[in-house]
Design a protein around this ligand. Structure first.
Ligand code: PDD
Length: 292
Protein backbone atom coordinates (compact mmCIF):
# COMPACT_ATOMS: atom_id res chain seq x y z
CA UNK A 1 0.00 0.00 0.00
CA UNK A 2 1.43 3.42 -0.91
CA UNK A 3 0.75 6.27 1.51
CA UNK A 4 -0.75 9.32 -0.12
CA UNK A 5 1.47 12.40 -0.27
CA UNK A 6 0.02 15.47 1.42
CA UNK A 7 -1.37 18.06 -0.98
CA UNK A 8 0.86 20.96 -1.91
CA UNK A 9 -0.04 24.65 -2.09
CA UNK A 10 0.33 26.35 -5.45
CA UNK A 11 -0.93 29.83 -6.25
CA UNK A 12 -4.00 29.78 -4.03
CA UNK A 13 -4.90 26.10 -4.39
CA UNK A 14 -4.20 22.93 -2.42
CA UNK A 15 -3.48 20.17 -4.94
CA UNK A 16 -2.10 16.65 -5.15
CA UNK A 17 1.64 16.92 -5.87
CA UNK A 18 1.30 15.39 -9.34
CA UNK A 19 -1.32 17.97 -10.34
CA UNK A 20 0.77 20.98 -9.28
CA UNK A 21 2.16 22.39 -12.53
CA UNK A 22 3.88 25.64 -13.51
CA UNK A 23 4.96 27.15 -16.82
CA UNK A 24 8.39 26.33 -18.24
CA UNK A 25 8.74 30.09 -18.73
CA UNK A 26 8.63 30.65 -14.96
CA UNK A 27 11.66 32.76 -14.05
CA UNK A 28 12.34 30.41 -11.16
CA UNK A 29 12.85 27.63 -13.71
CA UNK A 30 14.76 29.74 -16.25
CA UNK A 31 16.92 31.91 -13.99
CA UNK A 32 16.60 30.55 -10.44
CA UNK A 33 14.86 33.90 -9.87
CA UNK A 34 13.25 33.25 -6.51
CA UNK A 35 13.64 32.81 -2.77
CA UNK A 36 12.64 30.12 -0.29
CA UNK A 37 12.36 29.06 3.33
CA UNK A 38 12.60 25.72 5.13
CA UNK A 39 10.46 25.84 8.29
CA UNK A 40 10.43 23.04 10.86
CA UNK A 41 7.10 22.11 12.39
CA UNK A 42 7.22 20.34 15.76
CA UNK A 43 4.16 18.25 16.72
CA UNK A 44 2.00 20.34 14.42
CA UNK A 45 3.43 23.69 15.59
CA UNK A 46 5.34 25.92 13.18
CA UNK A 47 8.77 26.71 14.57
CA UNK A 48 9.67 30.40 14.76
CA UNK A 49 7.30 31.31 11.95
CA UNK A 50 7.77 35.07 12.46
CA UNK A 51 11.57 34.71 12.21
CA UNK A 52 11.27 32.68 9.01
CA UNK A 53 8.76 35.11 7.50
CA UNK A 54 10.99 38.06 8.43
CA UNK A 55 13.93 36.40 6.66
CA UNK A 56 11.64 35.72 3.67
CA UNK A 57 10.68 39.41 3.67
CA UNK A 58 14.37 40.41 3.71
CA UNK A 59 15.17 38.00 0.86
CA UNK A 60 12.25 39.33 -1.21
CA UNK A 61 13.28 42.95 -0.65
CA UNK A 62 16.86 42.12 -1.64
CA UNK A 63 15.69 40.70 -4.98
CA UNK A 64 13.30 43.61 -5.58
CA UNK A 65 10.06 41.78 -4.91
CA UNK A 66 7.25 42.63 -2.57
CA UNK A 67 5.69 40.00 -0.36
CA UNK A 68 2.47 38.78 -2.01
CA UNK A 69 1.02 37.67 1.35
CA UNK A 70 0.77 39.11 4.84
CA UNK A 71 2.14 37.26 7.86
CA UNK A 72 -1.42 36.27 8.79
CA UNK A 73 -2.11 34.96 5.28
CA UNK A 74 1.10 32.89 5.25
CA UNK A 75 0.17 31.61 8.68
CA UNK A 76 -3.23 30.45 7.37
CA UNK A 77 -1.76 28.76 4.29
CA UNK A 78 0.89 26.90 6.26
CA UNK A 79 -1.56 25.94 9.01
CA UNK A 80 -3.83 24.37 6.38
CA UNK A 81 -0.85 22.60 4.84
CA UNK A 82 0.40 21.03 8.06
CA UNK A 83 -3.11 20.07 9.22
CA UNK A 84 -2.84 17.22 6.71
CA UNK A 85 -0.36 15.47 9.01
CA UNK A 86 -2.03 16.17 12.35
CA UNK A 87 0.36 16.58 15.25
CA UNK A 88 3.36 15.35 13.25
CA UNK A 89 6.88 16.72 13.08
CA UNK A 90 7.23 18.13 9.56
CA UNK A 91 9.45 20.19 7.34
CA UNK A 92 7.79 22.93 5.29
CA UNK A 93 9.32 24.14 2.04
CA UNK A 94 8.04 27.52 0.88
CA UNK A 95 9.15 29.13 -2.38
CA UNK A 96 8.30 32.33 -4.19
CA UNK A 97 9.56 32.87 -7.71
CA UNK A 98 9.13 36.04 -9.72
CA UNK A 99 6.66 34.30 -12.05
CA UNK A 100 6.55 34.34 -15.84
CA UNK A 101 5.96 36.57 -18.80
CA UNK A 102 5.65 35.34 -22.36
CA UNK A 103 9.37 35.34 -23.12
CA UNK A 104 12.83 34.77 -21.67
CA UNK A 105 14.42 38.11 -20.79
CA UNK A 106 16.88 38.75 -17.95
CA UNK A 107 15.46 42.20 -17.21
CA UNK A 108 12.89 42.23 -14.40
CA UNK A 109 9.46 42.91 -15.91
CA UNK A 110 7.28 45.58 -14.31
CA UNK A 111 4.03 43.60 -14.53
CA UNK A 112 4.40 40.05 -13.29
CA UNK A 113 2.54 37.74 -10.92
CA UNK A 114 4.77 35.69 -8.59
CA UNK A 115 4.51 31.91 -8.35
CA UNK A 116 3.80 30.75 -4.79
CA UNK A 117 4.55 27.20 -3.79
CA UNK A 118 4.64 25.37 -0.44
CA UNK A 119 4.78 21.73 0.53
CA UNK A 120 5.17 19.70 3.68
CA UNK A 121 6.95 16.43 4.35
CA UNK A 122 7.33 14.35 7.49
CA UNK A 123 10.50 15.56 9.26
CA UNK A 124 13.60 13.45 8.75
CA UNK A 125 15.93 14.21 11.63
CA UNK A 126 19.58 13.22 11.79
CA UNK A 127 19.59 9.75 13.34
CA UNK A 128 20.69 9.28 16.94
CA UNK A 129 23.91 7.48 15.94
CA UNK A 130 25.03 10.34 13.67
CA UNK A 131 24.22 12.85 16.41
CA UNK A 132 26.23 10.83 18.92
CA UNK A 133 29.22 10.05 16.71
CA UNK A 134 29.45 13.29 14.70
CA UNK A 135 30.20 13.86 11.03
CA UNK A 136 33.22 14.57 8.83
CA UNK A 137 33.71 17.72 6.75
CA UNK A 138 36.19 19.18 4.30
CA UNK A 139 37.11 22.80 3.66
CA UNK A 140 36.46 24.28 0.23
CA UNK A 141 36.91 27.71 -1.29
CA UNK A 142 33.66 29.67 -1.00
CA UNK A 143 33.03 30.35 -4.68
CA UNK A 144 29.45 31.60 -4.19
CA UNK A 145 28.30 35.11 -4.99
CA UNK A 146 28.50 38.09 -2.60
CA UNK A 147 24.85 37.95 -1.49
CA UNK A 148 24.79 34.75 0.54
CA UNK A 149 22.49 36.39 3.10
CA UNK A 150 19.64 36.07 0.57
CA UNK A 151 17.93 32.68 0.78
CA UNK A 152 17.80 32.40 -3.01
CA UNK A 153 16.73 29.29 -4.91
CA UNK A 154 19.81 29.82 -7.09
CA UNK A 155 21.80 27.13 -5.28
CA UNK A 156 24.05 25.67 -7.96
CA UNK A 157 27.26 26.63 -6.15
CA UNK A 158 25.97 25.08 -2.89
CA UNK A 159 24.90 21.95 -4.78
CA UNK A 160 28.37 21.53 -6.33
CA UNK A 161 30.19 22.26 -3.07
CA UNK A 162 28.10 19.76 -1.12
CA UNK A 163 28.61 17.17 -3.88
CA UNK A 164 32.37 17.73 -3.78
CA UNK A 165 32.29 17.08 -0.03
CA UNK A 166 30.37 13.87 -0.63
CA UNK A 167 32.88 12.81 -3.31
CA UNK A 168 35.46 12.96 -0.50
CA UNK A 169 33.26 10.86 1.77
CA UNK A 170 32.43 13.92 3.91
CA UNK A 171 28.95 15.01 5.00
CA UNK A 172 29.48 18.76 4.52
CA UNK A 173 31.81 21.38 3.09
CA UNK A 174 32.96 24.23 5.35
CA UNK A 175 33.53 27.26 3.15
CA UNK A 176 36.53 29.60 3.25
CA UNK A 177 36.43 33.09 1.78
CA UNK A 178 39.39 35.46 2.10
CA UNK A 179 40.97 33.05 4.63
CA UNK A 180 37.85 33.25 6.84
CA UNK A 181 35.50 30.33 7.47
CA UNK A 182 31.99 31.55 6.65
CA UNK A 183 29.51 28.67 6.96
CA UNK A 184 28.75 25.21 5.59
CA UNK A 185 27.40 24.64 2.08
CA UNK A 186 23.99 24.01 3.68
CA UNK A 187 24.50 25.00 7.33
CA UNK A 188 25.93 27.60 9.74
CA UNK A 189 29.25 27.20 11.50
CA UNK A 190 30.23 27.29 15.18
CA UNK A 191 33.55 26.52 16.83
CA UNK A 192 34.55 26.18 20.46
CA UNK A 193 37.87 27.68 21.46
CA UNK A 194 39.04 27.58 25.07
CA UNK A 195 35.48 27.10 26.29
CA UNK A 196 33.99 29.95 24.21
CA UNK A 197 31.33 29.20 21.56
CA UNK A 198 32.15 31.30 18.49
CA UNK A 199 30.15 31.87 15.29
CA UNK A 200 30.85 34.36 12.50
CA UNK A 201 28.79 37.58 12.66
CA UNK A 202 25.95 38.02 10.16
CA UNK A 203 27.14 39.46 6.87
CA UNK A 204 26.53 39.20 3.11
CA UNK A 205 28.78 36.13 3.16
CA UNK A 206 26.48 33.83 5.11
CA UNK A 207 22.85 32.94 5.56
CA UNK A 208 21.40 34.27 8.83
CA UNK A 209 20.26 30.86 10.07
CA UNK A 210 17.25 30.60 12.36
CA UNK A 211 18.90 27.61 14.09
CA UNK A 212 22.10 29.67 14.51
CA UNK A 213 20.10 32.32 16.37
CA UNK A 214 18.49 29.68 18.58
CA UNK A 215 21.88 28.19 19.48
CA UNK A 216 23.15 31.64 20.51
CA UNK A 217 19.97 32.21 22.54
CA UNK A 218 20.41 28.86 24.30
CA UNK A 219 24.06 29.67 25.02
CA UNK A 220 23.08 33.02 26.56
CA UNK A 221 20.14 31.51 28.48
CA UNK A 222 22.34 28.79 30.00
CA UNK A 223 25.25 31.12 30.75
CA UNK A 224 27.65 29.53 28.25
CA UNK A 225 30.47 31.82 27.06
CA UNK A 226 29.79 32.85 23.46
CA UNK A 227 30.81 35.42 20.93
CA UNK A 228 30.10 36.45 17.34
CA UNK A 229 33.43 36.97 15.64
CA UNK A 230 35.18 35.97 12.44
CA UNK A 231 36.87 32.57 12.32
CA UNK A 232 40.15 32.38 10.44
CA UNK A 233 41.22 29.20 8.64
CA UNK A 234 43.87 28.71 11.35
CA UNK A 235 41.30 29.14 14.14
CA UNK A 236 39.04 26.61 12.42
CA UNK A 237 41.80 24.00 12.35
CA UNK A 238 42.89 24.82 15.91
CA UNK A 239 39.30 24.62 17.26
CA UNK A 240 38.55 22.28 20.16
CA UNK A 241 35.09 21.64 18.69
CA UNK A 242 33.31 22.39 15.41
CA UNK A 243 29.51 22.33 15.03
CA UNK A 244 27.17 22.82 12.09
CA UNK A 245 23.53 23.92 12.44
CA UNK A 246 20.45 24.05 10.23
CA UNK A 247 16.70 23.46 10.35
CA UNK A 248 17.23 19.93 9.05
CA UNK A 249 20.63 19.08 10.66
CA UNK A 250 19.75 20.74 13.99
CA UNK A 251 23.18 20.86 15.71
CA UNK A 252 25.85 18.37 14.67
CA UNK A 253 29.46 17.94 15.73
CA UNK A 254 32.23 17.74 13.12
CA UNK A 255 34.80 15.23 14.35
CA UNK A 256 37.16 15.26 11.38
CA UNK A 257 38.13 18.13 9.06
CA UNK A 258 40.17 17.53 5.90
CA UNK A 259 41.13 14.14 7.34
CA UNK A 260 42.44 15.64 10.63
CA UNK A 261 40.82 14.96 13.98
CA UNK A 262 38.90 17.82 15.59
CA UNK A 263 39.72 17.87 19.32
CA UNK A 264 40.00 14.24 20.42
CA UNK A 265 38.01 13.00 17.39
CA UNK A 266 34.70 12.77 19.26
CA UNK A 267 31.85 15.24 19.82
CA UNK A 268 33.17 17.57 22.52
CA UNK A 269 31.76 18.27 26.01
CA UNK A 270 30.35 21.69 25.10
CA UNK A 271 28.65 20.18 22.07
CA UNK A 272 27.07 17.51 24.29
CA UNK A 273 25.79 20.19 26.65
CA UNK A 274 24.33 22.24 23.77
CA UNK A 275 22.83 19.16 22.09
CA UNK A 276 21.05 18.38 25.38
CA UNK A 277 19.73 21.94 25.70
CA UNK A 278 18.57 21.78 22.08
CA UNK A 279 16.87 18.40 22.63
CA UNK A 280 15.11 19.68 25.78
CA UNK A 281 13.99 22.84 23.98
CA UNK A 282 12.57 20.78 21.12
CA UNK A 283 10.87 18.35 23.52
CA UNK A 284 9.15 21.30 25.22
CA UNK A 285 7.94 22.61 21.85
CA UNK A 286 6.64 19.15 20.97
CA UNK A 287 4.87 18.88 24.31
CA UNK A 288 3.38 22.34 23.84
CA UNK A 289 4.90 23.60 27.10
CA UNK A 290 7.00 26.19 25.26
CA UNK A 291 5.91 28.65 22.59
CA UNK A 292 8.89 29.04 20.23
N1 PDD B 1 19.48 25.38 4.44
N2 PDD B 1 23.51 28.31 5.53
C1 PDD B 1 23.09 27.75 4.39
C2 PDD B 1 23.92 27.98 3.15
C3 PDD B 1 21.93 26.97 4.35
O1 PDD B 1 21.52 26.43 3.19
C4 PDD B 1 21.20 26.77 5.55
C5 PDD B 1 19.95 25.94 5.62
C6 PDD B 1 21.67 27.36 6.73
C7 PDD B 1 20.95 27.21 8.06
O2 PDD B 1 19.78 28.00 8.14
P1 PDD B 1 18.55 27.56 9.06
O3 PDD B 1 19.07 27.33 10.42
O4 PDD B 1 17.60 28.70 9.00
O5 PDD B 1 17.96 26.27 8.47
C8 PDD B 1 22.83 28.13 6.69
C9 PDD B 1 18.19 24.75 4.34
C10 PDD B 1 17.82 23.84 5.47
C11 PDD B 1 18.03 24.14 2.96
O6 PDD B 1 18.48 24.78 2.02
O7 PDD B 1 17.41 23.08 2.82
Amino acid sequence: MTTRQPNVYLNGQFLPLEEAKISVLDRGFLFGDGVYEVIPCYAGRLFRLEHHLQRLENSLQAIRMSNPKSTAEWGEILTQLIAQLPGADQSIYLQITRGCTGKRDHAIPTQITPTLFAMTQPASYPDATTLATGITAITLQDNRWQRCNIKATTLLANVLLRSEAMDHGAAEAILIRDELATEGATSNLFIVQEGVIITPPKSDHLLPGITRDLILELAIHHGMANQESTISREALFAADEIWLTSSTKEVMAVIELDGKRVGNGQPGPIYSQMANYYRDYKAQLQAGTKVN
